[in-house]
Design a protein around this ligand. Structure first.
Ligand code: NAD
Length: 445
C-alpha cells in the first residue's frame, strides 16, 4: 500500500478511534497519518496557517524574502527551504509532498496552484484564486480534470461561520419567497496615487525579481512592502499588475456569503458603473451587476457587487446598510434577508408577509457545522476529497467578479458565453479577459 493510499484508507476509517493496518497501530495523530505539506509564503497571511499546519508534517517552506523564510523556519525547523516556488515544486517527489498551501501575492496564486495540480499535489490557495478570467478558467478546468484525486480549497475561511449555512437554509426554505436578486458589498477604500516611483535598490534579503514573478516589471519601491503582517497585501493589491483591489481582497469573502446561498454558475451578462478608469489603479468605487439563469430550485436572478462607497438601496428607511461594513442582501417575493458574516436579519414585507408560507426545516435537517476550515482540506487530502470552497465553487465565483471589471474596462454591458469564455457582443472586451506575463513565466506549467 503506498503512502497516498494509506492516508486515504485511514481517513475513510476516521470514525474509528484506532486503526490497525498491516499489524501497525495508528492513532488519529500518529506521524504516519499526517500529510507532508509545503507552505509558500511564510510570513503575513502564511503565519495564520502555522498552527493548523503544525498538526501535519511541514516538509518545505518557500519565501522570496530571506527574513520571512527564517521566520517560518523558526516554527518549522525541519523543513527544507526555497526562494523559488517552482524549484520547490520540482522537488515534490524527493520531498514526498502531498500538498501545498499558497499564501503569496494574488498575482501568483493561479500560477503556483496550476503548477502544483500538474504535479499531482493537493492545493490550499489563499483568496483570490485568480486575477483574470483566463486564470480562473484554467485553474478551475485543471482542478475539474483531477478532482477524483486531488483536493483543493480557497482561503475564504469565513465560510466556516455557522451563519453561512443559516443564510443558505433561509433562502432555500423560502423565508423570503422566490429569490429574484442578491447583492453583496464592502466599504474598504484604499486610494493609491499610481505605481510607485523607483526608490533605491531592493534590500539584500528580498529577491525582488522573484517577487515580481509573472507580473510586468515595476521598479522597486519600499512602499509595496510597508504593511504589517497579514495586511501587507493592502500595499500592493490596488495596482492592476498586482491585484484586483477589493474584488480580490474583501470581495472574495463577502461574495462567498452570497454565492453559498444562490447556487449560481457563470453569468450571461455583466455591467459596471464606477469612477473613471485609471490605467495604474483598480477602481475604489464600483458597482457591478450580473444576470444569472434559473437553476433547478429558483428562477433567474440578478447579482450585484458594490464597493468603496457604492451601496444597494436599503429596503427600509430604518435599516442603515452602511452599518454593515461587508454584507449581503437577498431580495425575494416576500421580503429581504440582510446578512453580515456572522448574523442576519429577516425583513418580511407586504400583506402576506406573515411567514405562514415559510416552514423552517426540522432540527435534524439543519446543515452541520463545517468545523475547521483548514482541517476540512486536510481531511479532503486524506481521502474525503470534499471541501466547501474547492476550485470549482471558488473559480466560478471569482470569474464572475472579474467579469465585472471586464465590463468596467469595456465601458458597456457585456454578454458572456460562459461555456466558451468569450464576450459575444463587444469583441474588444475580450482583451481584458487575460493579461500578458513576463517572459519565462507560464501559467499552467
Ligand atoms: N484569507 C484571509 O482572510 C486573508 C487575509 C490576509 C491576506 N490574505 C491573502 O493572503 C495573501 C498574502 O497576503 P499578505 O498580506 O500576507 O501579503 P505579503 O505581501 O505579506 O506576502 C506574504 C508572504 O509571501 C511572500 N511572498 C510574496 N511573493 C512570493 C512568491 N512569489 N513566492 C514566495 N513567497 C512570496 C512574502 O515575502 C511574504 O512573506 C494575499 O493573496 C491575500 O489576499 C488572505
Amino acid at each position: 500500500m503506498n503512502r497516498r493510499k494509506f492516508l486515504k484508507s485511514t481517513a475513510l476509517a476516521a470514525a474509528a478511534p484506532l486503526i490497525i493496518t498491516n499489524f501497525k497501530v495508528f492513532g488519529a495523530d500518529a506521524p504516519s497519518n499526517k500529510l507532508n505539506l509545503a507552505l509558500i509564503g511564510t510570513w503575513g497571511r502564511g503565519e495564520a496557517h502555522f498552527d493548523a499546519l503544525a498538526t501535519q508534517n511541514v516538509v518545505a517552506l518557500c519565501d522570496v524574502n530571506d527574513d520571512h523564510l527564517a521566520f517560518g523556519q523558526k516554527r518549522f525547523p525541519g523543513a527544507k527551504t526555497y526562494i523559488d516556488w517552482r524549484k520547490l515544486l520540482d522537488d515534490h517527489q524527493a520531498l514526498g509532498l502531498d500538498g501545498v498551501l499558497i499564501a503569496t501575492t494574488d498575482f501568483t496564486h493561479a500560477f503556483a496552484a496550476n503548477w502544483a495540480l500538474n504535479r499531482g499535489l493537493h492545493v490550499y490557495c489563499e483568496k483570490p484564486l485568480a486575477n483574470t478570467v483566463e486564470e480562473a478558467r484554467v485553474v478551475r478546468a485543471n482542478y475539474l480534470s483531477k478532482k477524483t484525486k486531488l483536493a483543493t480549497q480557497v482561503g475564504m475561511q469565513r465560510h466556516a461561520f455557522q451563519n453561512f449555512n443559516r443564510v443558505r437554509e433561509l433562502i432555500r426554505d423560502g423565508a423570503i419567497g422566490e429569490l429574484s436578486a442578491a447583492y453583496a458589498w464592502g466599504n474598504r477604500q484604499l486610494r493609491r496615487p499610481g505605481y510607485l516611483p523607483a526608490q533605491g535598490e531592493p534590500p539584500a534579503n528580498l529577491h525582488y525579481d522573484l517577487w515580481l514573478g509573472p507580473a510586468p516589471f515595476h521598479p522597486y519601491n519600499p512602499g509595496y512592502f510597508s504593511g504589517g503582517p497579514g495586511a501587507n497585501c493592502l500595499q500592493w493589491n490596488m495596482y492592476w499588475d498586482f491585484g484586483n483591489g477589493q474584488i480580490g481582497d474583501m470581495g472574495s469573502h463577502t461574495m462567498d456569503l452570497l454565492w453559498n446561498a444562490v447556487d449560481a454558475g457563470l453569468p450571461t451578462t455583466a455591467e459596471a458603473k464606477g469612477e473613471a478608469f485609471n490605467p495604474d489603479i483598480s477602481p475604489v468605487t464600483l458597482e457591478t451587476h450580473f444576470d444569472h439563469p434559473a437553476n433547478s430550485w429558483r428562477g433567474p436572478i440578478r447579482v450585484g457587487w458594490y464597493q468603496g462607497g457604492a451601496m444597494p438601496a436599503s429596503p427600509r428607511d430604518t435599516i442603515d446598510l452602511n452599518k454593515i461594513d461587508h454584507g449581503a442582501m437577498f431580495k425575494g417575493s416576500k421580503g429581504y434577508l440582510i446578512a453580515g458574516f456572522e448574523n442576519r436579519i429577516l425583513v418580511p414585507f407586504g400583506d402576506d408577509a406573515d411567514l405562514t408560507y415559510y416552514k423552517p426545516r426540522a432540527k435534524s435537517d439543519v446543515l452541520p457545522p463545517l468545523g475547521g476550515f483548514q482541517e476540512e482540506w486536510f481531511n479532503a487530502c486524506k481521502g474525503s476529497l470534499k471541501t466547501s470552497c474547492d476550485f470549482n465553487y471558488s473559480g466560478l465565483m471569482i470569474e464572475q467578479m472579474i467579469l465585472g471589471l471586464v465590463a468596467y474596462r469595456a465601458g458597456q454591458k457585456i454578454e458572456y458565453d460562459g461555456a466558451a469564455g468569450r464576450v459575444t457582443n463587444v469583441a474588444d472586451a475580450n482583451q481584458y479577459l487575460s493579461r500578458r506575463y513576463r517572459e519565462g513565466w507560464t501559467l499552467n506549467g
